[in-house]
Design a protein around this ligand. Structure first.
Ligand code: MLC
Ligand code: AMP
Length: 505
C-alpha cells in the first residue's frame, strides 16, 4: 500500500549503509540505522494508541532521534506537529488544545510544566531529551526495526505547522504529503542536489526551513547532513570543509561575515549557499561574494507554502530579489483592494498557487477563506513586485509581522500580553533594525492617565507568557500612539522614530 511521503523520501534508502547524519561527536548514522530507529518509534506510537490521522505534538531538542520521530510519524500515518523549543508552557497549552494532539513529546526537564497541559487535553506525554533518551526512546528500544508502512494518499496530511497571525491567535497550517513531496523534488532538482551532497545543517528542525527544505531535499537524493544541534559559529566554521552545501537564515551569513576565519579557502570547495526565511540584504550578498567568491542563492517561502521562488542555480542570482517562480508554481502581484493582477513593475500583494500550497488552517474555515482563494491562489501577506525578467522582489509586508533571526513574531500576540498589565492603556509593538537578528521587537506603551507602568514588571510578565525570541528587547513609553484619520495606529511613524535604537553608531 502506498504512503506518498514515506515511499518517496524514506523507503528508497531501506537497508542502505550510506551515511545520512554526521554528528558533532564524530559518529555517523547510516540510512539503515536511521530507518530502523524510525520504525521502532513508529511501533511505539502505535503501541501508545496512536492511529493514522492523529496529531503528535513534539517540543524536543534537535537530535537524530527527534528527526527519526518525524520519519516515524510519516510511516505510521500520524500528523507531525513540531514546536519551537523556545515556546513557554502557556504557548504549548494553546497548540495542544487547538490541534487536539493525542500525544505530546517533550524534554524530560519540561514534564513539570507540560504534564498538566497533556492531561487537560487527554494527550499522552512521552519524553525525549537532547541525547535522544527518554520514555519515547525507552518504549521504542524493544520494538522491531521494521514497520509495515501505513497507507497515506497524496492529499492526506503529513504535518501541522503553527504560524501566528495578525489577530494574535496561531493557526495550524495543514500540509499534505503531496505539498511536502512536490517541493522537495523541485528544490532537489533545481538546486542540483545529488547523493554526493553533504549539507551543513545548523537550522532548527521545528520549522519549514530546517525540516522540510533542508532535510527533505537531502532525503530526496540520498545525500547526507552534518547535523549540528544549533548554529554555533565555531562548529560551523570547523565543519564547513566537509560540506558541499549550506542552508541558512541571513543571521548565519552576517555572523560568518563578522568572523575573519570566513575566507575564500574555507568556502572554496562548497558548491552552494542558500539563504531564506528573512530578507537577505543586498549588501550581505555582495560582501559574501567579495569574501568567498560565492553568490548566495536566495529563495522565498513560508510555512503555508514551503518554497515559492528561487534565484537560479545557473543563471543570474540577483541580490535583493528572491528570484523566479519555482517550476509548477505561479506567482502574481495583485491589487490588495480588488485582487486584480497588477502590471509588471508595480508593487502589490504577492499571491502564489501550486502543488506546494497548503490545505488550509486547521478548524479555521473563515481564516482559510480569507487567505486562500477558491481558485487556489494563496495571499501571502507579503508585498512585492516582478521585474521585467520575472524576478520577484519582496519590498515589504502587508501583514504586521516581525522576523527576528528567521523566527516570526506577530506584534498582536505581544500587545495582548502588555495591554493586560497594570497601568497600561495600550501598546504597539514594532520591528526595528537589529545588526544580528535583522529585526527585533520594541514595545511602545501608552500609560493610563497619571499611571507610571512598571516596565520591569511588564518585561517579567512577557517572559512568562512568551518565548524568549518574541520578548521585546526594549520598552518605551509615549503619550499617545500616532493614528491616521481612520484611527489605525501608524506603526511606520513609530518604526521611523525608533529605527536607530540598535544600529546607530
Ligand atoms: C535565539 N534567541 C533569539 C533568536 N534565537 N532572539 C531573537 N531572535 C532569534 N531568532 C535568543 C536566545 O534565546 C538568547 O536569549 C538570545 O536570543 C541570544 O541567543 P544567541 O545565542 O545569539 O542565539 P542563537 O542560539 O545563536 O540563535 C540565533 C539563530 C537562531 C539565528 C542562530 O535563532 C536560528 O537558528 N534561527 C533560525 C530560524 C529558522 O530556522 N527559521 C525558519 C523559519 S521557516 P538570551 O535570554 O540569552 O538573551 C520560514 C519559511 C522559510 O520562515 O521561508 O524558510
Ligand atoms: P513563516 O511564517 O515563518 O513561514 O515566514 C514566512 C515569511 O518569511 C514570508 O511570508 C516572508 O515575509 C518571509 N520570508 C521568507 N523568505 C524570505 C526572503 N527570502 N526574503 C524576504 N522575506 C522572506
Amino acid at each position: 500500500m502506498a504512503n506518498a511521503l514515506y515511499d518517496a523520501l524514506f523507503a528508497p534508502h531501506a537497508g542502505s549503509e550510506a551515511p545520512f547524519l554526521h554528528l558533532v561527536d564524530g559518529n555517523t548514522i547510516t540510512y539503515a540505522d536511521f530507518l530502523a530507529q524510525a520504525a521502532r518509534m513508529a511501533h511505539a506510537l502505535v503501541a501508545a494508541g496512536l492511529t493514522p490521522g492523529d496529531r503528535l505534538a513534539a517540543q524536543v531538542e534537535k537530535s537524530p532521534q527527534a528527526l527519526a520521530l518525524y520519519a516515524a510519524c510519516a510511516q505510521a500515518g500520524v500528523i507531525f506537529l513540531p514546536l519551537n523549543t523556545g515556546y513557554t508552557g502557556d504557548e504549548l497549552r494553546y497548540f495542544v488544545e487547538n490541534s487536539g494532539a493525542r500525544m505530546l513529546v517533550c524534554d524530560p526537564a519540561r514534564t513539570g510544566t507540560l504534564a498538566p497541559v497533556a492531561e487537560a487535553n487527554g494527550a499522552k506525554l512521552l519524553t525525549l531529551d537532547a541525547a535522544g533518551q527518554g520514555t519515547l526512546a525507552d518504549a521504542a528500544q524493544a520494538m522491531p526495526g521494521e514497520f509495515t508502512t501505513v497507507a497515506r494518499a497524496p492529499e492526506d496530511l503529513a504535518a501541522f505547522l503553527y504560524t501566528s497571525g495578525t489577530t494574535g491567535r496561531s493557526k495550524g497550517a495543514m500540509l499534505s504529503h503531496a505539498n511536502l513531496l512536490s517541493n522537495a523534488r523541485t528544490l532537489a532538482e533545481i538546486w542540483r542536489f545529488s547523493a554526493q551532497d553533504v549539507l551543513l545543517h545548523a537550522l532548527p528542525i521545528f520549522h519549514t526551513h530546517g525540516l522540510f527544505v533542508a532535510t527533505n531535499v537531502i532525503l530526496a537524493v540520498g545525500g547526507s547532513m552534518i547535523f549540528l544541534p544549533k548554529f554555533d559559529l565555531d562548529t560551523v566554521i570547523e565543519r564547513m570543509p566537509e560540506a558541499t552545501t549550506m542552508m541558512g537564515v541571513p543571521t548565519f551569513y552576517t555572523r560568518l561575515l563578522d568572523d575573519p576565519r570566513l575566507t575564500r579557502d574555507l568556502a572554496g570547495h562548497m558548491r552552494l549557499f542558500v539563504s531564506g526565511s528573512a530578507p537577505l540584504l543586498a549588501e550581505t550578498h555582495i560582501r559574501f561574494e567579495e569574501r568567498t567568491g560565492h553568490r548566495i542563492l536566495e529563495r522565498y517561502g513560508m510555512t503555508e507554502t514551503n518554497m515559492n521562488t528561487s534565484n537560479p542555480y545557473d543563471g543570474e542570482r540577483r541580490p535583493g530579489t528572491v528570484g523566479l517562480p519555482l517550476p509548477g508554481v505561479e506567482v502574481k502581484v495583485t491589487d490588495p483592494d480588488t485582487g486584480a493582477t497588477l502590471p509588471q513593475g508595480e508593487v502589490g500583494q504577492v499571491e502564489v498557487r501550486g502543488p506546494n500550497v497548503f490545505q488550509g488552517y486547521w478548524q479555521m474555515p473563515e481564516k482559510t477563506a480569507a487567505e486562500l482563494r477558491e481558485d487556489g491562489f494563496f495571499i501571502t501577506g507579503d508585498l512585492g513586485c516582478l521585474d521585467e525578467d520575472g524576478y520577484l522582489q519582496i519590498v515589504g509586508r502587508g501583514k504586521d509581522l516581525i522576523i527576528s533571526g528567521g523566527f516570526n513574531i506577530y506584534p498582536k500576540e505581544i500587545e495582548l500580553v502588555i495591554d493586560d498589565q497594570p497601568g497600561v492603556l495600550e501598546s504597539a509593538v514594532i520591528g526595528v533594525p537589529h545588526p544580528d537578528f535583522g529585526e527585533t521587537p520594541v514595545a511602545v506603551i501608552v500609560p493610563e492617565p497619571s499611571a507610571r507602568p512598571d516596565l520591569d514588571a511588564i518585561a517579567e510578565a512577557a517572559s512568562t507568557a512568551l518565548a524568549r525570541f518574541k520578548q521585546p528587547r526594549a520598552y518605551r513609553t509615549i503619550d499617545e500612539l500616532p493614528r491616521n484619520t481612520m484611527g489605525k495606529v501608524q506603526k511606520n511613524i513609530l518604526r521611523d522614530r525608533y529605527k536607530d535604537m540598535f544600529t546607530a553608531g
